[in-house]
Design a protein. Structure first.
Length: 420
């Protein structure tokens, strides 16, 4: 396979049709909106100023030189780099997201494959180098003979990331749109991995990446991020965008987030939210933070005893909340008082016509609205719970505390479990 590194290409002489050196490569450019993999142009520094060469103008591309079938006077003057991603300026020594390794890394070099295309050489990005090879190649270039550099580099460990696993970071929103730099690969990761990656980035990069995520992905990631960083991210957004993200969060997590924001900012976001989601969050904001009421979610499924299995399944299909609250289906009477529970697995294994009262367990463990964090954690530990129903003084079901809520609560209290 014919390969070439960006560091080898930069500064390479460009030979014209007469065999004379007409200039040297200053930059290599992609046009991601057209093709995110193949080199779109070479910027050549000449005595008359910067010129732009297209791949179709080249006869060959190599480590030592580029050969063109044109004369320098035929090379187009560079008017603008608008729409180009310049690989030295925008990629070398810059941070990128390695979606396969689920981390943020710095680029030391870029490796290309040379492939023929209609008789002209075309460079295709193969991978980025994040190990010592690229750094040494660049450091010794022009100081040590090329063969010696190659021999030394071959003895160094290779650390590369295939281009398909790279997500670029662009802080300028307008440029990000023009270049079609998106984070589709990042969005497919687990929310906890997205949160870890965001926390590794510098503030400006973090805000740029977070602001470009879809609302549902951003909401899930936000719930996994350190509370102090949560507030900074939300503060970086306009109220409308922040409201769209908060609406996608679990109500208890949304309430916790808004509780941390300045009152004026919290009110701005609440005003932008849809009425139903706003009312759910406002109800939770009325409760003390470190109580069951302050921890609970109001998104759950409850049914009466004469409901049938197919009624429960219909509710499940329409449920828009998370997965944790529906691990158990709670049963209430006509006044919404908790009378029992049915594990979801039992629902799934029962005939559709079977009534809930035939499946119910009437030993549901619950707690009061004012139960402390310690009391809630003790109940989860004692009864090995996935969810804990929260009832008022009349026994009416008000919400659920999930195991995720308890884990988050404990992480905040145990220093060894906190992220650096």
């Amino acid at each position: 396979m014919n390969t070439l590194a960006l560091s080898q290409l930069l500064g390479a002489p460009v030979v014209d049709a007469a065999g004379a050196v007409g200039g040297r490569v200053r930059e290599v450019a992609l046009a991601p909106q057209d093709d995110p993999v193949r080199v779109a142009a070479y910027i050549v520094r000449t005595a008359q100023g910067d010129r732009i060469l297209l791949p179709k103008q080249l006869l060959s591309v190599g480590v030592k030189l580029l050969r063109t079938h044109d004369q320098p006077q035929d090379w187009t003057p560079l008017a603008s780099t608008e729409g180009f991603l310049l690989l030295e300026r925008d990629l070398l020594d810059q941070q990128i997201i390695d979606v396969h390794g689920r981390k943020v890394v710095r680029v030391n070099d870029v490796d290309f494959e040379i492939e023929p295309s209609n008789g002209t050489p075309q460079l295709r990005i193969r991978e980025v180098e994040i190990g010592p090879r690229g750094a040494v190649r660049r450091l010794l270039k022009g100081i040590v003979p090329r063969p010696a550099i190659s021999a030394l580099v071959e003895r160094l460990p290779q650390r590369v990331i295939p281009w398909d696993f790279v997500d670029l970071i662009e802080t300028d929103p307008s440029r990000r749109v023009k270049l079609k730099i998106e984070h589709d690969r990042l969005a497919r990761l687990h929310p906890a991995d997205i949160a870890d990656i965001l926390e590794e980035l510098a503030p400006a990069q973090r805000e740029a990446v977070f602001g470009s995520l879809d609302e549902d992905v951003a909401a899930e990631a936000l719930e996994e991020i350190d509370p102090r960083m949560q507030t900074r991210l939300v503060e970086s957004l306009d109220s409308g965008h922040a409201a769209d993200i908060v609406e996608e969060m679990d109500p208890d997590a949304a309430a916790d987030l808004l509780e941390q924001l300045p009152d004026a900012r919290s009110e701005e976001i609440l005003e932008e939210m849809e009425e139903e989601e706003r009312e759910e969050v406002e109800e939770l904001l009325e409760h003390e933070e470190n109580t069951a009421a302050g921890r609970m979610t109001t998104e759950y499924i409850s049914v009466v005893e004469n409901a049938r299995v197919y009624d429960v399944i219909s509710l499940l299909r329409r449920f828009e909340g998370g997965l944790e609250p529906v691990s158990t289906i709670y049963v209430v009477d006509g006044d919404e008082r908790l009378v029992g529970h049915v594990p979801l697995a039992r629902i799934a294994m029962s005939p559709l016509e079977k009534q809930v009262h035939e499946l119910i367990s009437r030993d549901a463990v619950s707690c009061r609205l004012d139960a402390t964090d310690h009391e809630v954690a003790t109940l989860f530990d004692k009864y090995n719970l996935l969810t804990l129903p929260v009832v008022d003084e009349d026994g009416k079901l008000c919400g659920l505390v999930t195991a995720d809520d308890v884990i988050s609560m404990l992480r905040k209290r145990v220093p060894a479990m906190r992220k650096d």
